[in-house]
Design a protein around this ligand. Sequence first.
Ligand code: SF4
Length: 235
Amino acid sequence: MATRASTPTSTTRTRAPSTRRREKRFPDVPEGTAPEPAGTSLRALREAAAACKRCDLWRPATQTVFGEGSPKARIFVIGEQPGDREDMAGEPFVGPAGRIFDQAIEDLGLDRKSMYVTNAVKHFKFEPRGKRRIHKQPNPAEQKACHVWLERELKAVKAEVVVCLGAIAAKAVFGSKFALMKQHGEWQELPDGRRAFATMHPSWVLRQRGDADREAAFRTFRADLALLTELERRH
Ligand code: SF4
């Protein structure tokens, strides 16, 4: 089946607020810190993360893109970081890579409403190039700084299964030795007993050159996600 999305997030145009306006946000929050959440609910976590300055990524980005979904979701999905569209919308998985994910789960008969979706890093990292914002990978210090939010989300959402999309998400959950290209599509067990697996990030599908390679990558991605149909059959 042909993939419906083909435009990488890195080439979309920017409409972000001015640098001066962005830098004036949250004047009471010192650099390198974040407000303490007023509880453990997703709402409390989202409110605190909105003013996070634990690393420098808050400054050029439009806003924190926190996870979306119910605390009762059965499937917890982790991507890498928001893209250009997500940064503008303030919602995860709404850009081209999100559409690839949606297409795969739709093909498998899965419902996104049963999922909580978030990213390992909550601000969009990019390099301005003319009017475009080119995606840049968060460095290990930025990934580490943001891990506190992912840990809290994992505690707040009692999902049965955790799915990591891409190497950054997989290493955040399984540790730095996890080899995505060797271990994708294999069940793992987390220390809290939950089952988990990793697959490639949907942007990997979009990055393939040529229709044939893109189709093959999409089939691999969808085959890994098919592990979730086992869970659906039990309900
Ligand atoms: S990327 Fe994460 S740690 Fe860094 S400022 Fe944003 S929310 Fe905070």
